[in-house]
Write a protein that binds this ligand. Structure first.
Ligand SMILES: Nc1ncnc2c1ncn2[C@@H]1O[C@H](COP(=O)(O)OP(=O)(O)OP(=O)(O)O)[C@@H](O)[C@H]1O
Length: 308
């Protein structure tokens, strides 16, 4: 059982702060590292895999610093985001090369075992250049697993992978987690993370924004204040009815342009509002024409989490 600990970790590149004072613990089972592009996920994974030194703070595996510690590298497997640049090698040659780099006593047997785990034994005889994206991901995974590591780190493993291969990869990660390995993967898609991860760590702009199981994270995201535009047969009347609703924080009328206006509504409780809106408009004698969120981007959700 392996635990990665980050203690007040920062990492900067010149004057770009990629990771800013993050403290978190990654234990056995599957953890999802969730955040928008540029949040610092790849930098965190590079710090956890020993490819980068922290500019400040410490990154340890079971209490031992990871940076420049070859003993610790033996227990870590990394699936990087970048594509394999050796398309001319066969999958088998690629995985064996990593087994040799690890100095394993029987690289052939280790490669065979890893390829079996990811179900790539048969295609492993072909050149990587002929593989689909999902197959390339699986070969990268086999290469990361060749030394049977207790810790597996994967950077955006589901990016560009088709749905069938995605399910296959998800099942594999869950299996590794159930075996007691410490598995961490990054993603910018909440649904993806929810399906696989026991624990979710959210990072935004280099900061640790939230931590919890998927229920907690989902609640944080759906309970945030949300803005809607409601267009109706009588916006002024609807606005006065809505302001009496406990789930509504603010209401304002939109200017009428080309005969079309609308009501901007700020809502504190998404579920409550969605449930009440039809009843409120019916009681006010107003017909609803359109309801649309004005700010549903993932970035706005993340910005909310950081600002809490
Ligand atoms: N080698 C580098 N030199 C300078 N800036 C860097 C370097 N690597 C990353 N950065 C910057 O650090 C920040 C975090 O980048 P990082 O790649 O860790 O984020 P990410 O969450 O993995 O994003 P993505 O999903 O887009 O890869 C970004 O602002 C990025 O531009």
């Amino acid at each position: 059982m392996a635990t990665i600990s980050l203690d007040a970790v920062s990492r900067w590149y010149g004057n770009v702060v990629a990771v800013n004072g993050i403290t978190m613990t990654i234990g056995p089972g599957v953890t999802g590292l969730l955040g928008p592009n540029g949040a610092g996920k790849s930098t965190l994974i590079a710090l956890m895999s020993g490819f980068l030194s922290p500019s400040a703070g410490s990154v340890t595996l079971d209490g031992t610093p990871i940076w420049r510690n070859t003993e610790v590298y033996r227990t870590i497997g990394l699936v990087p985001e970048r594509e394999i640049s050796f398309g001319y090698l066969t999958g088998h040659q690629f995985v064996i090369a990593n087994a040799e780099l690890h100095g394993l006593p029987d690289p052939g047997a280790a490669a065979q075992r890893a390829l079996e785990i990811v179900d790539m034994v048969e295609p492993a005889a072909r050149r990587i250049g002929t593989y689909s994206k999902g197959m390339r991901q699986r070969v990268k995974l086999a290469s990361a697993l060749v030394h049977d590591p207790g810790v597996l780190l994967l950077d955006e493993p589901f990016n560009g992978v088709d749905p069938r291969q995605r399910l296959h990869l998800m099942a594999l990660l869950q299996r590794f987690g159930a075996e007691g390995r410490t598995v961490l993967f990054s993603s910018h898609i909440l649904e993806e993370v929810e399906q696989v991860a026991r624990q979710i760590e959210v990072v935004v702009s280099g900061r640790h924004a939230a931590s919890g199981d998927f229920g907690e994270i989902r609640r944080l995201m759906t309970d945030r204040p949300v803005q809607y535009v409601v267009v109706s047969s009588d916006d002024r009347r609807l606005a006065s009815a809505l302001i009496a609703e406990p789930s509504v924080v603010a209401v304002s009328l939109r200017p009428v342009v080309a005969g079309r206006g609308g009501v901007d509504v700020s809502v504190s409780d998404l579920g409550g509002f969605a449930h009440r809106l039809p009843r409120v408009s019916h009681d006010a004698g107003v017909r609803l024409i359109e309801l649309s969120p004005t700010d549903e981007s993932l970035e706005s959700v993340f910005a909310y989490l950081v600002g809490r």
